[in-house]
Design a protein around this ligand. Sequence first.
Ligand code: NAD
Length: 330
Amino acid sequence: MFKTLQNKTVLVTGGAGFIGSNLCEALLNIGSTVVCLDNFATGHKKNIAPFLSLKNFKLIEGDIRDLKTCQEACLGVDFVLHQAALGSVPRSIEDPVTSNDVNISGFLNMLVAARDNDVKRFVYAASSSTYGDSESLPKVEEVIGKPLSPYAITKYVNELYADNFKRTYDLDTIGLRYFNVFGRRQDPNGAYAAVIPKFVIQFMNYESPTINGDGTFSRDFTYIDNVVQMNLLAITTENDEALNTVYNTAVGDRTTITSMAEDLRNFLSEYDSKIAEVAIKHGPNRKGDIPHSLASIEKAKKKLNYNPSHTFKAGLKEAVSWYWEHLQNS
Ligand code: NAD
Protein backbone atom coordinates (compact mmCIF):
# COMPACT_ATOMS: atom_id res chain seq x y z
CA MET A 1 0.00 0.00 0.00
CA PHE A 2 1.02 3.61 -0.59
CA LYS A 3 3.69 2.49 -3.10
CA THR A 4 3.14 5.71 -5.07
CA LEU A 5 4.97 7.52 -2.27
CA GLN A 6 8.18 5.57 -2.82
CA ASN A 7 9.92 8.12 -5.01
CA LYS A 8 8.21 11.18 -3.55
CA THR A 9 9.51 13.86 -1.23
CA VAL A 10 7.30 14.71 1.72
CA LEU A 11 7.81 17.62 4.11
CA VAL A 12 6.62 16.90 7.64
CA THR A 13 6.48 20.08 9.72
CA GLY A 14 6.58 19.38 13.44
CA GLY A 15 8.30 16.14 12.45
CA ALA A 16 10.10 15.85 15.79
CA GLY A 17 6.82 15.85 17.70
CA PHE A 18 4.53 13.00 18.65
CA ILE A 19 2.39 12.73 15.51
CA GLY A 20 5.04 14.16 13.17
CA SER A 21 7.72 11.64 14.15
CA ASN A 22 5.29 8.78 13.57
CA LEU A 23 4.53 10.20 10.12
CA CYS A 24 8.26 10.52 9.33
CA GLU A 25 8.78 6.90 10.39
CA ALA A 26 5.88 5.58 8.27
CA LEU A 27 7.07 7.49 5.20
CA LEU A 28 10.66 6.32 5.62
CA ASN A 29 9.39 2.74 5.88
CA ILE A 30 7.54 3.20 2.60
CA GLY A 31 10.70 4.59 0.96
CA SER A 32 9.83 8.28 0.60
CA THR A 33 12.34 11.05 1.02
CA VAL A 34 11.39 12.94 4.17
CA VAL A 35 12.16 16.53 5.09
CA CYS A 36 11.45 17.37 8.73
CA LEU A 37 11.05 21.00 9.77
CA ASP A 38 10.93 21.59 13.51
CA ASN A 39 12.13 24.16 16.05
CA PHE A 40 11.93 21.70 18.97
CA ALA A 41 9.51 23.94 20.89
CA THR A 42 7.67 20.85 22.13
CA GLY A 43 9.28 18.12 20.01
CA HIS A 44 12.42 16.16 20.85
CA LYS A 45 15.60 15.11 19.04
CA LYS A 46 15.20 11.63 20.53
CA ASN A 47 11.97 11.19 18.52
CA ILE A 48 13.89 11.42 15.24
CA ALA A 49 17.31 10.18 16.40
CA PRO A 50 17.07 6.86 14.47
CA PHE A 51 16.33 8.72 11.21
CA LEU A 52 19.17 11.25 11.32
CA SER A 53 21.71 8.92 9.70
CA LEU A 54 19.39 7.91 6.81
CA LYS A 55 20.21 9.41 3.44
CA ASN A 56 16.54 9.94 2.60
CA PHE A 57 15.93 11.98 5.75
CA LYS A 58 16.73 15.66 6.12
CA LEU A 59 16.25 17.75 9.24
CA ILE A 60 15.77 21.50 8.99
CA GLU A 61 15.91 23.05 12.42
CA GLY A 62 13.80 26.17 12.02
CA ASP A 63 10.64 28.05 12.84
CA ILE A 64 7.47 28.17 10.74
CA ARG A 65 7.04 31.78 11.86
CA ASP A 66 9.89 32.58 9.45
CA LEU A 67 8.65 32.63 5.84
CA LYS A 68 12.15 32.17 4.39
CA THR A 69 12.59 28.96 6.38
CA CYS A 70 9.23 27.67 5.11
CA GLN A 71 10.22 28.52 1.52
CA GLU A 72 13.51 26.64 1.92
CA ALA A 73 11.76 23.62 3.43
CA CYS A 74 9.24 23.41 0.55
CA LEU A 75 11.90 23.37 -2.20
CA GLY A 76 11.46 20.26 -4.38
CA VAL A 77 8.74 18.87 -2.12
CA ASP A 78 5.78 16.90 -3.56
CA PHE A 79 3.53 16.85 -0.49
CA VAL A 80 3.35 18.66 2.83
CA LEU A 81 2.05 17.09 6.04
CA HIS A 82 1.77 20.17 8.23
CA GLN A 83 1.81 19.21 11.93
CA ALA A 84 3.82 22.04 13.50
CA ALA A 85 1.72 24.01 15.97
CA LEU A 86 1.45 24.74 19.65
CA GLY A 87 -1.08 22.22 20.92
CA SER A 88 -3.10 22.35 24.15
CA VAL A 89 -6.19 24.34 25.03
CA PRO A 90 -4.82 25.50 28.44
CA ARG A 91 -1.56 26.70 26.83
CA SER A 92 -3.57 28.87 24.43
CA ILE A 93 -5.65 30.28 27.28
CA GLU A 94 -2.46 31.24 29.16
CA ASP A 95 -0.68 32.67 26.13
CA PRO A 96 -3.04 33.29 23.21
CA VAL A 97 -0.56 35.54 21.39
CA THR A 98 2.12 32.87 20.91
CA SER A 99 -0.44 30.20 19.97
CA ASN A 100 -1.87 32.61 17.42
CA ASP A 101 1.58 33.44 15.97
CA VAL A 102 2.61 29.84 15.53
CA ASN A 103 -0.74 28.29 14.64
CA ILE A 104 -2.07 31.02 12.35
CA SER A 105 0.87 33.11 11.05
CA GLY A 106 3.07 29.99 10.84
CA PHE A 107 0.29 28.13 9.04
CA LEU A 108 -0.13 30.98 6.55
CA ASN A 109 3.63 31.02 5.90
CA MET A 110 3.50 27.31 5.15
CA LEU A 111 0.57 27.74 2.73
CA VAL A 112 2.40 30.54 0.91
CA ALA A 113 5.60 28.48 0.69
CA ALA A 114 3.67 25.43 -0.57
CA ARG A 115 1.94 27.59 -3.18
CA ASP A 116 5.19 29.20 -4.35
CA ASN A 117 6.95 25.84 -4.69
CA ASP A 118 4.11 24.09 -6.57
CA VAL A 119 3.51 21.54 -3.82
CA LYS A 120 0.97 19.01 -5.12
CA ARG A 121 -1.05 18.72 -1.94
CA PHE A 122 -1.05 20.33 1.49
CA VAL A 123 -2.46 18.07 4.22
CA TYR A 124 -2.70 19.65 7.67
CA ALA A 125 -3.51 18.85 11.28
CA ALA A 126 -6.89 20.34 12.07
CA SER A 127 -8.68 19.63 15.34
CA SER A 128 -11.88 18.33 16.91
CA SER A 129 -11.80 21.50 19.05
CA THR A 130 -13.34 23.24 16.03
CA TYR A 131 -16.68 21.68 17.04
CA GLY A 132 -16.62 24.08 20.00
CA ASP A 133 -19.93 24.47 21.79
CA SER A 134 -21.95 22.44 19.28
CA GLU A 135 -23.79 19.78 21.28
CA SER A 136 -24.75 17.53 18.38
CA LEU A 137 -23.37 13.99 18.48
CA PRO A 138 -21.80 12.34 16.62
CA LYS A 139 -19.82 15.25 15.20
CA VAL A 140 -20.26 15.56 11.46
CA GLU A 141 -17.85 17.75 9.54
CA GLU A 142 -20.46 20.24 8.35
CA VAL A 143 -21.91 21.15 11.78
CA ILE A 144 -19.61 23.17 14.03
CA GLY A 145 -20.24 25.49 16.97
CA LYS A 146 -18.47 28.50 18.46
CA PRO A 147 -14.82 27.93 19.47
CA LEU A 148 -14.26 27.51 23.22
CA SER A 149 -10.57 28.50 23.33
CA PRO A 150 -7.94 30.52 21.47
CA TYR A 151 -6.46 27.18 20.30
CA ALA A 152 -9.79 26.20 18.73
CA ILE A 153 -9.94 29.55 16.95
CA THR A 154 -6.47 28.99 15.47
CA LYS A 155 -7.43 25.57 14.14
CA TYR A 156 -10.64 26.90 12.61
CA VAL A 157 -8.78 29.79 10.97
CA ASN A 158 -6.44 27.17 9.44
CA GLU A 159 -9.46 25.58 7.75
CA LEU A 160 -10.64 28.95 6.44
CA TYR A 161 -7.19 29.76 5.02
CA ALA A 162 -6.84 26.34 3.42
CA ASP A 163 -10.23 26.70 1.75
CA ASN A 164 -9.28 30.16 0.56
CA PHE A 165 -5.95 29.03 -0.89
CA LYS A 166 -7.82 26.55 -3.09
CA ARG A 167 -10.21 29.25 -4.30
CA THR A 168 -7.56 31.92 -4.74
CA TYR A 169 -4.41 30.06 -5.80
CA ASP A 170 -5.68 26.56 -6.70
CA LEU A 171 -3.61 24.85 -3.98
CA ASP A 172 -5.10 21.44 -3.11
CA THR A 173 -5.50 20.87 0.63
CA ILE A 174 -7.03 18.38 3.05
CA GLY A 175 -7.61 19.10 6.76
CA LEU A 176 -7.65 16.24 9.23
CA ARG A 177 -9.60 17.03 12.38
CA TYR A 178 -7.75 14.88 14.89
CA PHE A 179 -9.70 13.61 17.91
CA ASN A 180 -7.55 13.09 21.07
CA VAL A 181 -4.67 11.21 19.52
CA PHE A 182 -2.51 8.94 21.71
CA GLY A 183 0.29 6.40 21.31
CA ARG A 184 4.04 5.87 21.19
CA ARG A 185 6.23 8.95 21.63
CA GLN A 186 3.47 11.23 22.97
CA ASP A 187 5.18 13.36 25.59
CA PRO A 188 4.15 12.48 29.17
CA ASN A 189 6.00 15.45 30.68
CA GLY A 190 5.33 19.17 31.02
CA ALA A 191 2.45 21.34 32.15
CA TYR A 192 0.50 20.73 28.95
CA ALA A 193 0.92 16.96 28.61
CA ALA A 194 -2.06 15.09 27.17
CA VAL A 195 -4.16 13.07 29.59
CA ILE A 196 -3.18 9.51 28.57
CA PRO A 197 0.64 9.79 28.77
CA LYS A 198 0.33 11.98 31.89
CA PHE A 199 -1.76 9.32 33.65
CA VAL A 200 0.61 6.57 32.45
CA ILE A 201 3.62 8.16 34.10
CA GLN A 202 1.65 8.92 37.27
CA PHE A 203 0.41 5.34 37.60
CA MET A 204 3.93 4.06 36.96
CA ASN A 205 5.16 6.25 39.84
CA TYR A 206 2.26 5.08 42.08
CA GLU A 207 0.85 8.63 42.08
CA SER A 208 -2.92 9.14 41.87
CA PRO A 209 -3.91 10.81 38.60
CA THR A 210 -6.52 13.57 38.86
CA ILE A 211 -9.51 13.58 36.55
CA ASN A 212 -10.85 17.08 35.81
CA GLY A 213 -14.53 16.86 36.80
CA ASP A 214 -16.57 13.76 37.63
CA GLY A 215 -15.09 11.62 34.87
CA THR A 216 -18.26 11.34 32.83
CA PHE A 217 -16.91 13.53 30.02
CA SER A 218 -16.13 11.36 27.01
CA ARG A 219 -13.64 11.38 24.16
CA ASP A 220 -13.14 9.59 20.86
CA PHE A 221 -9.56 8.61 21.77
CA THR A 222 -7.69 7.79 18.56
CA TYR A 223 -4.61 5.61 18.31
CA ILE A 224 -1.67 7.01 16.34
CA ASP A 225 -1.76 4.27 13.68
CA ASN A 226 -5.23 5.41 12.62
CA VAL A 227 -3.93 8.97 12.27
CA VAL A 228 -0.96 7.83 10.18
CA GLN A 229 -3.34 5.92 7.92
CA MET A 230 -5.50 9.01 7.39
CA ASN A 231 -2.48 11.16 6.49
CA LEU A 232 -1.22 8.60 3.97
CA LEU A 233 -4.68 8.25 2.44
CA ALA A 234 -4.98 12.02 2.21
CA ILE A 235 -1.75 12.48 0.26
CA THR A 236 -2.30 9.51 -2.04
CA THR A 237 -6.01 9.62 -2.85
CA GLU A 238 -6.77 9.88 -6.54
CA ASN A 239 -10.37 10.82 -5.87
CA ASP A 240 -10.60 14.51 -6.85
CA GLU A 241 -13.83 14.79 -4.91
CA ALA A 242 -11.95 13.90 -1.73
CA LEU A 243 -9.80 17.03 -1.92
CA ASN A 244 -10.26 20.52 -0.46
CA THR A 245 -12.31 19.56 2.52
CA VAL A 246 -11.88 18.38 6.14
CA TYR A 247 -12.22 14.93 7.70
CA ASN A 248 -12.80 13.69 11.21
CA THR A 249 -9.80 11.56 12.11
CA ALA A 250 -11.04 9.27 14.84
CA VAL A 251 -12.41 5.82 15.61
CA GLY A 252 -16.11 6.67 15.83
CA ASP A 253 -16.47 5.40 19.38
CA ARG A 254 -16.25 7.15 22.74
CA THR A 255 -14.89 6.35 26.15
CA THR A 256 -15.46 8.25 29.39
CA ILE A 257 -12.42 9.65 31.16
CA THR A 258 -13.14 7.36 34.14
CA SER A 259 -13.26 4.31 31.94
CA MET A 260 -10.05 5.33 30.13
CA ALA A 261 -8.25 5.75 33.48
CA GLU A 262 -9.50 2.36 34.71
CA ASP A 263 -8.46 0.59 31.49
CA LEU A 264 -5.06 2.22 31.77
CA ARG A 265 -4.66 1.07 35.37
CA ASN A 266 -5.73 -2.47 34.43
CA PHE A 267 -3.29 -2.71 31.51
CA LEU A 268 -0.41 -1.28 33.56
CA SER A 269 -1.21 -3.65 36.45
CA GLU A 270 -0.32 -6.53 34.12
CA TYR A 271 3.28 -5.22 34.27
CA ASP A 272 3.28 -4.23 37.95
CA SER A 273 0.48 -5.52 40.19
CA LYS A 274 1.01 -2.70 42.74
CA ILE A 275 -0.44 -0.24 40.22
CA ALA A 276 -3.88 -1.84 40.70
CA GLU A 277 -3.98 -0.21 44.16
CA VAL A 278 -3.37 3.35 42.95
CA ALA A 279 -6.52 5.45 43.51
CA ILE A 280 -7.95 7.82 40.91
CA LYS A 281 -8.73 11.35 42.17
CA HIS A 282 -11.07 14.07 40.93
CA GLY A 283 -10.59 17.85 40.60
CA PRO A 284 -12.62 20.72 39.17
CA ASN A 285 -13.67 20.87 35.51
CA ARG A 286 -11.18 22.59 33.21
CA LYS A 287 -11.94 25.77 31.23
CA GLY A 288 -12.44 25.28 27.52
CA ASP A 289 -13.12 21.53 27.75
CA ILE A 290 -15.88 20.11 25.57
CA PRO A 291 -18.10 17.69 27.59
CA HIS A 292 -18.44 15.01 24.93
CA SER A 293 -16.64 14.24 21.75
CA LEU A 294 -17.59 11.51 19.32
CA ALA A 295 -16.83 11.58 15.62
CA SER A 296 -18.76 10.35 12.68
CA ILE A 297 -16.10 8.79 10.42
CA GLU A 298 -18.49 8.10 7.56
CA LYS A 299 -17.07 10.83 5.31
CA ALA A 300 -13.50 9.52 5.63
CA LYS A 301 -14.68 5.95 5.05
CA LYS A 302 -16.62 6.92 1.95
CA LYS A 303 -14.22 9.36 0.30
CA LEU A 304 -10.80 8.15 1.47
CA ASN A 305 -11.49 4.45 2.10
CA TYR A 306 -10.44 4.93 5.70
CA ASN A 307 -10.72 1.87 7.90
CA PRO A 308 -9.33 2.37 11.43
CA SER A 309 -6.95 -0.45 12.35
CA HIS A 310 -7.14 0.07 16.12
CA THR A 311 -10.05 0.40 18.52
CA PHE A 312 -9.40 2.50 21.62
CA LYS A 313 -8.59 -0.54 23.77
CA ALA A 314 -6.34 -2.22 21.20
CA GLY A 315 -4.43 1.06 20.80
CA LEU A 316 -4.21 1.61 24.55
CA LYS A 317 -2.71 -1.84 25.04
CA GLU A 318 0.00 -1.12 22.47
CA ALA A 319 0.66 2.33 23.91
CA VAL A 320 1.02 0.92 27.43
CA SER A 321 3.47 -1.70 26.21
CA TRP A 322 5.55 1.03 24.52
CA TYR A 323 5.53 3.30 27.58
CA TRP A 324 6.43 0.41 29.86
CA GLU A 325 9.49 -0.32 27.74
CA HIS A 326 10.55 3.31 27.33
CA LEU A 327 9.64 5.07 30.59
CA GLN A 328 10.85 2.59 33.20
CA ASN A 329 13.49 4.90 34.65
CA SER A 330 11.95 8.33 34.20
P1 NAD B 1 3.66 17.86 19.46
O1 NAD B 1 3.79 19.05 20.38
O2 NAD B 1 4.26 16.59 19.89
O3 NAD B 1 4.18 18.23 18.01
C1 NAD B 1 4.19 19.54 17.49
C2 NAD B 1 5.56 19.75 16.84
O4 NAD B 1 5.58 21.04 16.23
C3 NAD B 1 6.70 19.70 17.86
O5 NAD B 1 7.73 18.88 17.39
C4 NAD B 1 7.16 21.16 17.95
O6 NAD B 1 8.52 21.30 18.30
C5 NAD B 1 6.83 21.65 16.56
N1 NAD B 1 6.67 23.11 16.52
C6 NAD B 1 5.95 23.88 17.39
N2 NAD B 1 6.08 25.18 17.06
C7 NAD B 1 6.88 25.23 15.96
C8 NAD B 1 7.39 26.28 15.18
N3 NAD B 1 7.09 27.57 15.45
N4 NAD B 1 8.19 25.99 14.13
C9 NAD B 1 8.51 24.70 13.84
N5 NAD B 1 8.07 23.65 14.56
C10 NAD B 1 7.26 23.93 15.61
O7 NAD B 1 2.07 17.71 19.24
P2 NAD B 1 1.26 16.60 18.44
O8 NAD B 1 0.29 16.02 19.39
O9 NAD B 1 2.16 15.71 17.67
O10 NAD B 1 0.42 17.53 17.44
C11 NAD B 1 0.70 17.64 16.06
C12 NAD B 1 -0.39 18.46 15.42
O11 NAD B 1 -1.66 17.84 15.60
C13 NAD B 1 -0.55 19.87 15.97
O12 NAD B 1 -0.87 20.73 14.89
C14 NAD B 1 -1.72 19.76 16.90
O13 NAD B 1 -2.39 21.00 17.08
C15 NAD B 1 -2.58 18.77 16.14
N6 NAD B 1 -3.54 18.03 16.97
C16 NAD B 1 -3.11 17.12 17.88
C17 NAD B 1 -4.03 16.43 18.63
C18 NAD B 1 -3.61 15.40 19.65
O14 NAD B 1 -4.49 14.78 20.26
N7 NAD B 1 -2.32 15.12 19.84
C19 NAD B 1 -5.41 16.67 18.48
C20 NAD B 1 -5.81 17.63 17.54
C21 NAD B 1 -4.88 18.28 16.77
